[in-house]
Unconditional design. Structure first.
Length: 458
C-alpha cells in the first residue's frame, strides 16, 4: 500500500515506524528538514520537505497514485486543506485527518463529507484521551483497558500484587477459583520481557498481566490478581482544557469532583459551565491549596495540562501529600515507562491513543479495532473471519491448527451476541470476530494475510 503521512511529529513518526515494516511504501512530508532526516536515517522510507497543503509538495510525494493520505500535522486547517487537495487534484481514495479543534469536531457530519471536506475519517485526540481515562476510572487498578465487539469483551492490563489470590499460583488455578467465569491470560510481562502464558505459569508479584474476558467479568478477574480497589469517588482534575472539562462533565454526576485551572478566564468559564464541579483558579503545585482542599482524602488525582513536567511534579506532590492514586497525561513517550508504576500510578499517552485509532483505519483486512499497547510494542486486534472452509485459512479450523506467528494468541471470539473465550479446540466460523494479542506488532502483516480470504471469495 502506498501511504503518504503529512507531519513528522511524534504521531507521524510513530505511525511511519508501525507501517514501514509491513510491505508499505511510506512517504513522510514535513517542513522540518531535521525531523525528516532522522526518520530517513532510521527507516526505509521516502521523505519530502515542503508544505503539506501545497499541491506541488503533494505531487512530489506521489499523491497521483497514493492509496491513502494521513494528515497529522499540528494544524487542523493544514490537515483539512491537504485532504481537500488530495481529493480534488489527485483523487486519493482514502483520506484521514487529525482534528483537535472541538468546535470543528462538534460539526463532524456536516463538515466531513464529499460536499464539504472529503475526509473519510477524523481522529480527535482529546476525545480519545477523555474516553480512555473514563474507562480506566471505571476499573480502578487497571493500567490499560481495551474494548472489543461493541463493549462485549475487555482486554485489561493490571499489575499483580501480593494479596491477589492468584499471585504465587499457576494460571490454571484461575479456573479452580472461579469455575463459572471464563477468562484467558493473553500475555505476561515480567521485568519488561514477555512471557508466554501457559497453564503451569506462576503469576508473580509485580507481573504485568493482560487478560481477556467478557466485560461483566472484568472486576472479578482483577480481584484474583490484586486486592480489589474501591471505586474512585473523590476526584481532583488539574487542567481545564477540553480533556479536563469533558472528564468533569462525565464524572460530576456520580462523584465529588474538583478542578484546578491556572487561567482565570478559563476557570470562570468552567465554573459557569460545570454543574456539580468545584472549580479553583490556582497553581496545582501549590502545597497550601492542595492541603486546604483535603488532598489526603482524594481517591484519584488526574493531571491533564499540556505541560508534561507540570503534570508530573503536581502529581508527585499530590501523592506525597496523601492522594490515593495519580493518573498523569504524558506527551513524551520516553517519560511513560520512567514514571508508570515507579513514581506514579498510571501514565496516559495521547500519542498511543491517537496511534491506535489511526491503525484501525490504516490496517488491511477486515479489522474492526486495533489497540497499540505497551508504548507501541504490542498490539491487540479485533478481526473478522471471512470466507468458508475452501476460501479461508482460518474458517472451519480449530485454534490449535492456526499457523499463528510467535507470541500471538487468540483470546476470545464473539459470535453474534455470544462471547467465547478461546481454547485450543475452539473452531472459528465465518463472520466470527476474533480478538488476538500480539506480543510483537511486527507480525501484524502475517495475521492480516492469514485472515484474508482467497480472491475467489465473494
Amino acid at each position: 500500500m502506498k501511504i503518504i503521512i503529512l507531519g513528522a511529529g511524534q504521531v507521524g513518526a510513530s505511525l511511519a515506524e508501525n507501517l514501514v515494516g509491513e510491505n508499505n511504501d511510506i512517504t513522510v512530508v514535513d517542513e522540518n528538514h531535521e525531523a525528516l532526516q532522522e526518520l530517513q536515517d532510521r527507516f526505509d522510507l521516502r521523505v519530502v520537505q515542503g508544505s503539506a497543503s501545497s499541491p506541488h509538495t503533494l505531487g512530489d510525494a506521489g499523491a497521483i497514485d497514493a492509496d491513502m493520505l494521513i494528515a497529522v500535522t499540528n494544524s487542523d486547517e493544514v490537515n483539512m486543506v491537504a485532504c481537500q487537495i488530495a481529493f480534488t487534484l489527485f483523487n486519493v481514495p482514502k483520506k484521514i485527518a487529525r482534528i483537535r479543534s472541538q468546535s470543528v469536531v462538534m460539526h463532524e457530519k456536516e463538515l466531513f463529507n464529499k460536499d464539504a471536506f472529503p475526509i473519510d475519517h477524523i481522529i480527535a485526540p482529546e476525545k480519545l484521551v477523555s474516553d480512555y481515562i473514563t474507562q480506566l476510572i471505571e476499573y480502578p487498578g487497571a493500567l490499560q483497558v481495551a474494548n472489543f465487539a461493541n463493549g462485549k469483551v475487555g482486554l485489561v492490563a493490571i499489575r499483580a500484587y501480593y494479596g491477589g489470590s492468584l499471585v504465587g499460583n499457576a494460571i490454571s488455578a484461575l479456573k479452580e477459583h472461579m469455575p463459572n467465569i471464563e477468562a484467558r491470560v493473553a500475555a505476561i510481562f515480567r521485568r519488561g520481557k514477555a512471557i508466554r502464558p501457559q497453564g503451569t505459569t506462576i503469576i508473580e508479584a509485580d507481573d504485568e498481566v493482560f487478560f481477556i474476558t467478557a466485560s461483566p467479568n472484568i472486576r472479578a478477574i482483577m480481584g484474583e490478581m490484586q486486592k480489589l480497589e474501591h471505586p474512585y469517588k473523590r476526584i481532583m482534575i488539574v487542567g481545564g482544557g477540553y480533556i479536563g472539562e469533558s472528564l468533569a462533565k462525565r464524572l460530576e454526576k456520580e462523584n465529588s469532583v474538583k478542578l484546578i485551572e491556572k487561567n482565570f478566564r478559563r476557570a470562570e468559564y468552567l465554573s459557569e459551565t460545570l454543574s456539580n464541579t468545584i472549580v479553583f483558579c490556582g497553581d496545582p503545585s501549590d502545597q497550601d491549596l492542595l492541603l486546604e482542599e483535603h488532598i489526603d482524602q482524594t481517591d484519584l488525582f488526574i493531571t491533564v495540562t499540556n505541560d508534561d513536567e507540570a503534570n508530573i511534579m503536581s502529581a508527585m506532590l499530590a501523592k506525597r501529600l496523601g492522594a490515593r492514586k495519580a493518573m498523569v497525561l504524558i506527551q513524551r513517550n520516553a517519560y511513560v515507562d520512567l514514571i508508570q508504576g515507579n513514581i506514579l500510578d498510571i501514565a496516559i499517552s495521547p500519542q498511543q491513543a491517537t496511534l491506535s485509532a489511526l491503525l484501525t483505519h490504516v490496517r488491511k483486512a477486515d479489522l474492526k479495532h486495533v489497540y497499540s499497547l505497551r508504548e507501541g510494542l504490542a498490539e491487540a486486534i479485533e478481526i473478522v473471519a471471512r470466507g468458508d472452509n475452501m476460501t479461508s485459512k482460518v474458517v472451519g479450523k480449530e485454534i490449535s491448527q492456526l499457523k499463528l506467528p510467535k507470541g500471538t494468541s487468540v483470546g476470545a471470539i464473539v459470535r453474534d451476541e455470544q462471547v467465547l473465550i478461546a481454547h485450543d479446540d475452539t473452531v472459528i466460523e465465518s463472520d466470527d470476530h476474533v480478538i488476538l494479542f500480539l506480543v510483537n506488532k511486527k507480525y501484524i502483516n502475517d495475521i492480516e494475510k492469514l485472515f484474508q480470504p482467497s480472491p475467489f471469495f465473494l
